[in-house]
Ligand binder design. Structure first.
Ligand code: FAD
Length: 323
């Protein structure tokens, strides 16, 4: 049975995040031949509508307002509620990002609807959609259906493959005029944290350091390797707790959940809480002095050795290969 699905396009620094295109691919399979409507919320966002269409949306609805220039839960919730009323979809897909995790449950609660979060797969079945999501820190997967009302879904970034961009695709981009008012919070200024490059949750390659990195300076060779591979630097909680790096880099149960194509774990023992955040990476390489370290149990390739010798050697070899 075909469905009408809505996808919220998530904008960061003027561009759509990749997870938005992944969400469109998920919506396409969920729609089973029905309509996929992209939604853009912000101040001057109309121009990004064609991107959503070229990645598979059938049409786009935008809500533009000065009060939506920065994300606020209240402002976006007002905009999305108006879109839902206008479009009357069967389901809405968000990225399982900070924004999606804030907004989707808020809307689901307001509309008394079901929410399935951190979804890695969506299948259509007669009548219902089946959502697959990891449980027990990624040790098992469960399948869920929402039996009544609207389905709110957040999808895990870097997991569902986006459709190939088709620049010849066209579709209607319409704007929904509305007042955004009574905001309980107003963002006056956004101060960006100095980051170590590529966004962790969308990185295709992650070089992560643990307590074995031993100091702040110990992250330098990891940054070099990440730079050569066009990747991001991540960390275990052990490294964050020891103040070798910022908590924004933490991967794991209480940090970010990542699914890159390549995860290189350096000086990380492989505690269950760390594995919860990275064990679904496509290829895992572990570098550890201790041949008994648990990380080797999930690694596709293991290197027993001192990371301060191995990582610079890898960087050198990749430099030769990639130049
Ligand atoms: P360690 O366990 O100390 O391991 C360091 C490793 O480095 C060792 O295996 C050692 O052999 C190796 N090593 C040392 N020197 C070198 C060298 N020169 N070259 C190569 N290898 C070397 N942890 C997370 O990571 N993410 C989370 O989100 C998270 N959430 C948690 C939530 C809860 C409720 C709890 C209780 C814990 C959580 N933890 C989390 C902590 C987790 O249990 C571990 O303590 C932590 O992951 C250990 O970090 P580590 O592997 O860097 O350090």
């Amino acid at each position: 049975m075909s469905k009408k699905m809505v996808v919220l396009g998530e904008i960061r620094e003027g561009s759509l995040r990749n997870v938005s295109f992944e969400a469109i691919a998920a919506a396409k399979s969920a729609a089973q031949g029905g309509e996929v409507v992209g939604v853009l919320v912000g101040q001057s966002v109309n121009a990004l509508g064609s991107d959503l269409i070229q990645y598979g949306a059938d049409r786009v609805v935008t809500v533009e307002h000065a009060n939506l220039a920065q994300y606020t839960s209240d402002g976006y919730a007002q905009a999305l509620l108006a879109v839902i009323q206008d479009v009357n979809p069967d389901g809405i897909i968000f990225g399982h990002t900070a924004l999606g995790k804030d907004l989707a449950p808020r809307l689901a609660a307001k509309l008394n609807s079901g929410l399935v979060s951190d979804v890695t797969r969506i299948e259509g079945a007669a009548g219902n959609l089946i959502f697959t999501r990891p449980i027990y820190s990624g040790k098992a997967f469960e399948k869920k259906i929402i039996t009544d009302g609207l389905s709110f879904v957040t999808i895990r970034p870097n997991n569902i493959v986006p459709l190939v961009k088709d620049e010849s695709r066209t579709g209607d981009i319409s704007s929904l005029k509305m007042e955004i008012k009574d905001l309980r919070s107003i963002i006056k200024e956004v101060v960006s944290k100095a980051s170590m490059g590529v966004d962790l949750s969308e990185a295709k390659v992650i070089v992560a350091g643990g307590r074995g990195v031993k100091s702040k300076e110990g992250f330098a060779p990891l940054q070099e390797l990440a730079k050569i591979l066009g990747g991001a630097v991540g960390a275990s909680r052990g490294a964050c707790d020891a103040d070798y790096c910022d908590y924004s880099l933490q991967i794991g149960q209480t940090g970010k959940v990542v699914t890159p194509d390549l995860y290189i774990a350096c000086g990380i023992s492989g505690a269950i809480q760390h594995l919860a955040g990275m064990s679904n990476s496509k290829v895992i390489v572990a570098i550890n002095k201790d041949s008994e370290a648990n990380i080797f149990n999930v690694a596709d390739y293991g290197i027993v050795g001192d990371l301060f010798e191995v990582v610079p050697m890898l960087t050198e070899e990749f430099r030769k290969l990639l130049n």
